[in-house]
Design a protein around this ligand. Structure first.
Ligand code: GLN
Length: 456
């Protein structure tokens, strides 16, 4: 892994910081010694884990892809990171992302652009593009990302790996740099459903440092992977799958639609009954998401004032110090979100935008709940297209936002979703991966993982 990390890194630029190789080897040798002595090494014993750079680590920088946090070293580990370490995982480095998680290509990082390992002229997706590319290129075994509106699932789809966004509250957000707190979730990347599930097992559970983390007991996700019925001819007999009609309509690439349809017939062969489900509110999710996510971010990002965190400019007056630090520290997309969010929350427009978006969120949540009462899981593409060229949508924010149509509803409803490779696009010389999204009922990650495991 370390050799591959080193060789691939100059081309891919997945990492913003790589741990000292000697320290990684020392930790690995310690695991070896424990194994020799027959001692417990933990669920992640010796496993190399990449961590998105908006997740705090006490022994490495944590910039969230922003100049305003350049050089920042948190005095603590995020709960998810702490758990990974306690269970024997070895953190190899911090992965690249769109600044504060705002973007869908990783081009929005203040430091570097990450390339897609399948075609280096294409984006890896985002905002967790570094974490997805690193796992796809086998620079690490698994990685942590964050998903506010699709940032684990869409890059998983673009890079041909498995991405898992847990139910809101399943994993503590303590130490995750806040983007939109009511939507943010830490998620997992792996090259198999089992790997992503094992990482989820490691990081799940209540945390007294995050009051929104759930008190629910964490089930044994992993025992499901050894399901004895996997060799039966119809191991998913009796499960009901709803395919969301609105996700296969105009604006979705033909090769994506055909891959999803093939996946649906594969699920039928495995024993599922697949029926079409209509969610008329589906397309309302995108505008509601962008109003809510921007509003929450404008509030969350007010803490970066050049005094408490990161880089400070010298100024004659305090207000100029705030203004100049933020003007120089934030990139253009982050400024756009802060402006949109501040506008939507302002007294005169609150009812028309923020309140309205909250009402739409309730409608979306209810429609998903109703569809999941009738079905075990819902399926859709993870994105309307496969990966596209670096630069293609960089200067067209609305086109970039439109690409999030498949994923944002899941965050509005707080549901878990799994993305796994299901085909290839045949457009152009590069055959790029296409991802299938499976959406489950709240706190039913177990079922998603079981179905995903049998499917792959
Ligand atoms: N692309 C979406 C956005 O820019 C989602 C990002 C995310 O999930 N962090 O808001």
């Amino acid at each position: 892994y370390l050799t591959r990390l080193r060789i691939a890194e100059p081309k891919l630029r997945s990492f913003l910081h790589i741990a000292d190789e000697e320290s990684i080897l020392r930790q690995a040798e310690e695991v070896d010694r424990k194994i020799e002595r027959n001692e417990e090494v933990g669920l992640l014993g010796g496993v190399l884990v990449g961590v998105k750079d908006n997740i705090c680590t006490s022994d490495m920088p944590s910039t969230a892809g922003s100049k305003i946090l350049d050089g920042y070293r948190p005095p603590f580990d995020a709960t998810a990171v702490k758990k990974v370490k306690e269970l024997g995982g070895i953190i190899v480095g911090k992965t690249n992302l769109d600044e504060f998680g705002m973007g869908s290509t990783t081009e929005g990082s203040a430091f570097q652009v990450t390339a897609n390992p399948w075609d280096e002229s294409c984006v890896p997706g985002g905002s967790s593009g570094g974490s997805a590319a690193a796992v796809s290129a086998r620079q690490c075994v698994v990685s942590l990302g964050s998903d506010t509106g699709g940032s684990v699932r869409q890059p998983a789809s673009f890079c041909g790996v498995v991405g898992l966004k847990p139910t809101y509250g399943r994993v503590s957000r303590y130490g995750l740099v806040a983007y939109a707190s009511s939507l943010d979730a830490i998620g997992c990347f792996g090259t198999s459903v089992a790997d992503a599930g094992i990482l989820l097992q490691a990081i799940s559970g209540h945390d007294r440092f995050d009051s929104t983390s759930s008190m629910r007991e964490v089930p044994e996700f992993i025992s499901k992977f050894t399901a004895s019925n996997i060799l039966e001819s119809r191991p998913l007999q009796g499960l009901r799958v709803g395919i969301i009609r609105e996700t296969l309509e105009d604006g979705v690439d033909a090769n994506v639609v055909s891959s999803i349809c093939e996946a649906a017939s594969h699920l039928e062969d495995l024993g599922c009954s697949v029926t079409e489900v209509s969610l008329p509110s589906f397309s309302l999710g995108l505008p509601a998401y962008y109003v809510l996510a921007s509003s929450e971010s404008s509030s969350n990002l007010s803490r970066y004032d050049g005094v408490r965190y990161g880089n400070q400019v010298t100024a004659d007056e305090l207000t100029n110090l705030y203004g100049e630090s933020r003007a120089r520290g934030f990139g253009p997309e982050v400024k756009r979100r802060i402006l949109m969010g501040t506008y939507a929350l302002s007294a005169g427009y609150y009812d028309a935008y923020y309140k309205r978006a909250q009402q739409v969120r309730t409608v979306v949540r209810k429609s998903f709940k109703a569809a999941l009462d009738e079905n075990d899981i819902l399926i859709s593409p993870a994105a309307p297209s496969a990966a596209y060229k670096i630069g293609e949508k960089k200067n067209d924010p609305l086109a970039m936002y439109a690409g999030d149509i498949m994923t944002v509803n899941v965050n509005l409803a707080g549901l878990p979703a799994l993305v796994l490779p299901c085909g290839f696009s045949e457009a152009g010389p590069a055959n790029l991966p296409v991802g299938l999204q499976m959406i489950g009922a709240a706190f039913d990650e177990e079922k998603l993982l079981r179905i995903g495991h049998v499917f792959e």
